[in-house]
Design a protein around this ligand. Structure first.
Ligand SMILES: Nc1ncnc2c1ncn2[C@@H]1O[C@H](COP(=O)(O)OP(=O)(O)OP(=O)(O)O)[C@@H](O)[C@H]1O
Ligand SMILES: [Mg+2]
Length: 231
């Protein structure tokens, strides 16, 4: 099992109030899954993705990454696992504005210590696959929203991760571009066998995932296999 949650809880303390962002979630993510976390605003999607992406710790229950109890993994090792095994895609793209597209894509390879010539080749190859080779030397503010998110996808995939977490990757895109982005994620999922877990509350996009996990008030209300995976 890639990721396993057993009765995971995440409380936030705000002064004297406790916000139960994740009340009790048990969930298995298998290698090769293409999962959407669907749920209204405030249901806990971001909190859940941050926990599974080792950016945060549960306040109750157990979380396992490849059968290892995450509470026994040091912060330093968690950072290394994130660099080597996990890719992230964000709603606001999170590209560095002073760098060109290809330089943004190269960032994870710099952290891996890959030399400049080789990483440029790897980054351009990934951009070619994703259909943005032509804009490799553009800076983010010279790109459309869809192109920016493609750069972010290239950056998330370039280090050959096992799993990519995408928190509302289509929220800042028009509906058509959003669908194309999910189709691209579906293609990379099939071609490279990468596990994808993404969140959204857009119904058309929810219907494109193989598996739909519905979250309400910090708990799972349904977990189903859908018959219309991204084509
Ligand atoms: N750092 C924090 N401190 C306190 N409460 C928080 C914090 N982060 C999130 N929450 C609360 O936890 C709950 C779940 O938030 P979360 O951001 O995970 O929801 P979400 O499903 O991602 O919502 P959205 O669709 O708006 O992004 C909400 O009630 C939110 O107010
Ligand atoms: Mg959120």
């Amino acid at each position: 099992m890639l990721i396993q949650l057993k009765e995971v809880k995440r409380d936030y303390t705000l002064g004297k109030t406790i916000v139960k962002a994740i009340r009790c979630v048990s969930l298995d993510i298998e290698e090769g899954d293409f999962v959407v976390i669907a749920g209204p605003s405030g249901s806990g999607k971001t909190t859940l993705l941050n926990l599974m992406g080792l950016l945060d710790h549960p306040t109750g229950g157990k979380l396992f990454f490849e059968d290892r109890d995450v509470s026994e993994i040091s912060d330093g090792e968690a950072t290394l696992i994130r660099r080597k095994r996990i890719g992230f895609i964000f709603q606001t793209f999170n590209l560095l504005p002073v760098l060109t597209g290809v330089e943004n894509v190269e960032l994870p390879l710099i952290l891996k210590g890959i030399g400049s010539k080789e990483r440029r080749e790897i980054a351009l190859k990934m951009m070619e696959e994703i259909g943005i080779r032509d804009v490799a030397r553009h800076k983010p503010d010279e790109l459309s929203g869809g192109e920016r998110q493609r750069v972010a996808i290239a950056r998330a995939l370039v280090g050959d991760p096992d799993v990519v977490f995408a928190d509302e990757p289509t929220a800042n895109l028009d509906s058509e571009t959003g669908m194309q982005i999910i189709q691209l994620m579906g293609k990379m999922h099939r071609m490279q066998g990468v596990t994808f877990v993404f969140s959204t509350h857009d119904l058309r996009i929810i219907s494109m995932a193989k598996r739909k996990v519905e979250l309400r008030d910090g708990a799972i209300t349904s977990d189903v296999i859908q018959d219309s995976p991204a084509k």
